[in-house]
Design a protein around this ligand. Structure first.
Ligand SMILES: Cc1cc2nc3c(=O)[nH]c(=O)nc-3n(C[C@H](O)[C@H](O)[C@H](O)COP(=O)(O)O)c2cc1C
Length: 343
């Protein structure tokens, strides 16, 4: 136990909502890394179940991850424009877009979730899209949990430090999944990991974790050499045996399609990196009409469900970072150990 995360290895497995549960978390933590549990899509009951599984099967540090976006307001005009964009696809598939309800989902971190967490007191709690309100930050800290959150710019890192984060994840532009950006919507502010990392290290006093494009022992060692206190790795774990990555997603990662990823807002309303597929090519990757996060995902999810039955990923969010070279179909324990071999 020799670092600020109280783990033997400075390796955090990225929380990856939609493709993993506590099985991956346990595998990584038991190998000496920090396994993460993505909680953004869990109901209160599911959160309790997963934390219970961890309490019974894991005695090592782990991280519970939440989103902390502002809850969206439904904007009927924007919703109508978005549905008009998607209508040709619904027609092609013989589906009625009028049958899809507009409903909020993905609750941001709140006191109800904190009530459940308080029982288990995860050693680390990470947030995406900033931090929750000051009273929630205070509450989480009162149990002794370490708080970490993603910054995609120097300004975000300074904001996080000033508002209670204990460490910062410098999320470079290469990263798979959602951009953690929360102070600006301007994508031109987003820069690569090895440019962002030293700039953030210069401006904050708390530990900085490098994330984005780190996929093997050499890149882990490079990030640590650049001053990172730890790394957060997501994409490299996507093919590991303990993940729930779908067959469609796996096939895309294993194919040359993974050489072409892009930042898209089509799947949720917020920018995220996915392997480029049909819907991203035809109406994106960035579309001005997407409803506010996470409202955009409801209608497109119906197309995804319908086409995935036939093994087609045209409407699937194929989250993947720019560097999938480290993806291997091995156990997550082996992956974790192999990432650390040059430290
Ligand atoms: C499939 C996938 C899902 C993700 N889901 C989340 C999430 O639920 N919460 C979060 O904080 N970050 C999420 N991320 C982003 C990661 O925290 C991290 O920034 C990223 O994995 C690092 O870059 P890499 O994928 O190149 O290793 C996700 C990334 C991927 C690839």
């Amino acid at each position: 136990m020799d670092n600020f995360l109280a783990t033997s290895l400075p390796i955090i497995q990225s929380p990856m909502a939609g493709v993993q549960n506590s099985t991956l978390t346990i595998a990584v933590s038991s190998a000496g890394g920090l396994g993460s549990l993505p909680c953004a899509l869990l109901s209160i009951e599911e959160l309790q179940i997963e934390l219970n599984v961890l309490a019974q099967n894991n005695n090592r540090p782990f991280n519970a991850n939440f989103f902390c976006h502002q809850p969206p307001k439904i904007n009927p005009e924007r919703e109508a424009k978005w549905r008009l964009e998607l209508k040709p696809f619904f027609t092609e598939l013989g589906m009625d877009i009028g049958n899809i309800p507009t409903e909020p989902n993905h609750q941001p971190f709140n006191h109800q979730m904190a009530d459940v967490l308080e029982v288990y007191k995860p050693p680390v709690i990470s947030f995406h899209f900033g931090l929750p309100s000051a009273d929630l930050v205070k509450r989480v800290k009162s149990w002794g949990s370490t708080i970490i959150s993603s910054a995609t710019t120097v300004a975000e890192a300074q904001w996080l430090e000033a508002n209670g984060a204990d460490a910062i994840i410098a999320q470079g532009l290469e990263a798979g999944g959602h951009r953690g950006m929360f102070l600006s919507e301007d994508l031109t502010t987003q820069i690569g990991t090895f440019s962002l990392l030293p700039q953030i290290i210069k401006k904050v006093r708390i530990p900085v974790i490098a994330a984005g494009g780190i996929s093997d022992a050499v890149s882990v060692s490079a990030a640590i050499s650049l001053g990172a206190s730890a790394v957060q790795v997501g994409t490299a774990y996507l093919l590991c045996t303990e993940t729930d990555t779908s067959q469609i997603h796996r096939a895309a990662i294993k194919s040359d399609a993974s050489h072409h990823t892009a930042i898209t807002n089509l799947f949720s309303g917020r920018p995220a990196r996915s392997i480029v597929n049909r819907v991203m090519t035809e109406i994106g990757p960035i579309n001005q009409n997407t409803p506010e996060f996470p409202l955009a995902l409801t209608a497109i999810r119906a197309l995804k469900k319908q086409t995935e039955i036939a093994g087609i990923g045209d409407f699937s969010s194929l989250w993947c970072g720019q560097n999938a070279t480290g993806c291997r179909e091995i156990s997550a324990s082996e992956m974790t150990r192999s990432l650390a071999t040059k430290l």
